[in-house]
Design a binder for this molecule. Structure first.
Ligand code: SF4
Ligand code: SF4
Length: 116
């Protein structure tokens, strides 16, 4: 896992959180009251909340590294070999270490210096 400090925040404008409502009770109202106090999010709120995910340290398949690599060294892993977090790979025989892929990666997923 990559630390959230590696995120490229320029890709993530601030979006306010969708908070669940809380029912406040007086001491008298709380007695023998077993009703839910945390209110659920509406479907649209839940979807908006999921979209706030910045996928810290995980590749989320944006293709930036594939598109911007000047050497076409970054390539998509074939679907049969792809797993969560393994979507792109690097051909180190083509890579010149220019760092562009790491610079354009929103999630900080690309770590330099892993080749021979
Ligand atoms: S560091 Fe290597 S893989 Fe990354 S953009 Fe440059 S040439 Fe491509
Ligand atoms: S490694 Fe980064 S730039 Fe490349 S596809 Fe994944 S999230 Fe996008």
């Amino acid at each position: 896992m990559i630390s959230h400090k590696e995120l490229f925040l320029g890709h993530f404008p601030f979006v306010p959180r969708n908070k669940r409502g809380i029912v406040s009770l007086t001491a008298q109202e709380a007695l023998n009251n077993f009703d839910e106090r945390l209110q659920p999010l509406l479907e649209a709120q839940a979807q908006a909340e999921a979209k706030r995910c910045m996928s810290c340290g995980q590749c989320f398949e944006c293709d930036n590294c594939v598109v911007y690599c000047p050497q076409t060294a970054v390539f998509k892993v074939p679907k049969a070999k792809a797993t969560t977090g393994r979507y792109v790979d690097t051909d180190y025989s083509k890579c010149i270490g220019c760092h562009i892929c790491a610079d354009v990666c929103p999630t900080g997923y690309i770590q330099m210096g892993l080749g021979d």
